[in-house]
Design a protein. Sequence first.
Length: 167
Amino acid sequence: MSATRALISVEQYLRTSYRPDRDYVDGEVVERNLGEWDHGRLQGLVIRLLMNRYENEGIFVIPELRVQVKPTRFRIPDICVTLGLPGEQILTKPPFLCIEILSPEDRMQRIQNRIDDFLEMGVPYVWVLDPQTKRAYAAMAAEGLHEVKLLRTDNPVIELPLHEIFA
């Protein structure tokens, strides 16, 4: 006999607090892998670097913000970057950049599903950082996911050299 998972409504998900917060995918509450030193350290470092360099330019860097990528899907990227104040508590308009930091338990299919959700929503840039291998990947709708040596966006230009985040 196979086990079934209890599905909940969007309204119930939004009324419930989770510690840590969880994604919501088509009625199912999905745990995220985080809470380890390498993940948290890299997340903090990237946030600090981006804030120090770009916040005076109207670029906002927010950790773990709910993003409604579809009517029945909410994703929580490790870091969101918006151009200007979003004007909403839960993002329903695409952020400029979503950043995911891998944990040892992450599987590529799970990450690819998250990337696809962000790109389909209209997020122009998705970065994936792997603290274990010290590799970085970028995804854009036209190019798909590929390894990069420099994390970069255009219009506006945001850059993070790998040697600064994986020192």
